[in-house]
Design a protein around this ligand. Structure first.
Ligand SMILES: [Zn+2]
Length: 381
């Protein structure tokens, strides 16, 4: 039986573990390694589908937790599924909702059967389980469906992390048994920062034949070097012929380091969230548009970027819009930041084909000397 989502490994970089591949989905074929754009509530904040297409977005993420609370999975299904609802005809990956419900702290209660939680909107009670997550993701019509997992907050102790891993495996089996939708399920490897637990859990999860495997439980507050050590360790345990997805990561330097560890897929709120804070990613490094020195600067945000914002507007104008709190600034800065992340991955893929990946890796690490790890949030994108 062929899976709705399948992976084709095209080339392996001789100098690192980086891979060049293609991912086939019910809504088209995309090129890897890739960055996927976060659209939590059925929209990439500030950007319309035309904007996303213009910057060559490949995959958009939707969030099960947010969409099940509002407007509801069944309603989206009645309206033709998430692709039609948000007018995005490319591939969609949906988060399982696990990360969000486990982030709710004392608003939730966990049992083997399900997580009972209170909505962050109005305090109303809801139930999330492997079966509910699969139902909502099927209702949304997602192409890449994430298994419902238990994500423990670091620093958690060994037995707590181990219990979460074991439950995640049992829940994966329930996800696979109950899913009836058009997409394919990816399993998630947990295990915190403990190599033994990571190895044991990777063995359990990869024993299940799935369309892809994700590295979960990272970018949750640990240090950058720990994150990359565990990412590389875990990626090496995943099957060669399946895509590998590092969830919720990260900054430009995180992406190229992840690629060199053999990761194929990434997502992060950083480009859109930072755009709204006036922090821009450029080939030369970070730039704060608020800075007084840009008040009279007629040049583009990033001379190396061909996005609409950089082709059309000056730094001085963008700074003016930012300080005047004009709505347009969110769209223009988001276009550029997302375009930067997508272009970085295009350069990575081109370099992998040309045998020059090390150059892009070094150039990116020079522009982005490793700092804080990217951290995901419950409702902020
Ligand atoms: Zn640009």
């Amino acid at each position: 039986m062929s899976s709705p989502v399948s992976f084709e490994l095209l080339a392996q970089d001789p100098a690192s573990r980086a891979r060049r591949g293609r991912l086939h989905t019910p809504h088209g074929t995309v090129q890897t390694p890739m960055f996927m754009v976060v659209g939590t509530q059925g929209t990439v904040k500030g950007l319309a589908p035309d904007d996303l297409r213009a910057i060559r977005t490949q995959v958009v993420l939707g969030n099960t937790y947010h969409l099940m609370l509002r407007p509801g999975g069944a309603r989206v299904r009645e309206l033709g599924g998430l692709h039609r609802f948000m007018a995005w005809d490319g591939p969609i990956l949906t988060d399982s909702g696990g990360f969000q419900v486990f982030s709710l702290g004392d608003l939730r209660e966990i049992t083997e059967q399900a997580v009972i939680f209170r909505s962050h909107h109005d305090g109303s009670r809801h139930l999330m389980s492997p079966e509910v997550s699969m139902q909502v993701q099927a209702d949304l019509g997602s192409d890449i469906v994430m298994a419902f997992d238990e994500c423990v907050r670091l620093p958690a102790t060994g037995p707590e992390v181990q219990a979460a891993c074991e439950r995640t495996t049992r829940w994966l089996d329930r996800c696979v048994a109950s899913y009836r939708g058009p997409g394919s399920i990816f399993g998630i490897v947990q295990g915190g920062l403990d190599r033994e637990l990571r190895a044991a859990h990777a063995a359990q999860i990869t024993a299940r034949p799935l369309a892809g495997y994700a590295i979960g439980g990272l970018s949750v507050g640990e240090g950058k070097d720990d994150m990359h050590d565990i990412c590389a360790f875990t990626a090496a345990l995943l099957p060669h012929d399946r895509p590998r997805y590092l969830m919720g990561v990260g900054t430009p330097d995180d992406l190229v380091r992840g690629v060199s560890a053999g990761v194929d897929m990434f997502d992060c709120v950083m480009p859109t969230r930072n755009a709204r804070n006036g922090t821009l990613f450029t080939r030369a490094g970070r730039l704060s548009i608020k800075n007084a020195r840009y008040a009279t600067d007629p040049g583009p945000l990033d001379p190396a970027c061909a996005c609409y914002t950089c082709r059309t507007f000056s730094r001085a104008y963008l700074r003016h819009l930012y300080h005047a709190e004009e709505l347009l600034v969110h769209r223009l800065l988001s276009i550029h930041n997302v375009a930067y992340f997508l272009d970085l991955m295009t350069r990575v893929r081109d370099a992998l084909e040309a045998g020059t990946f090390t150059d892009v890796l070094q150039e990116t690490l020079t522009a982005y000397p490793p700092r804080e790890a990217g951290v995901r949030g419950v409702s902020s994108v």
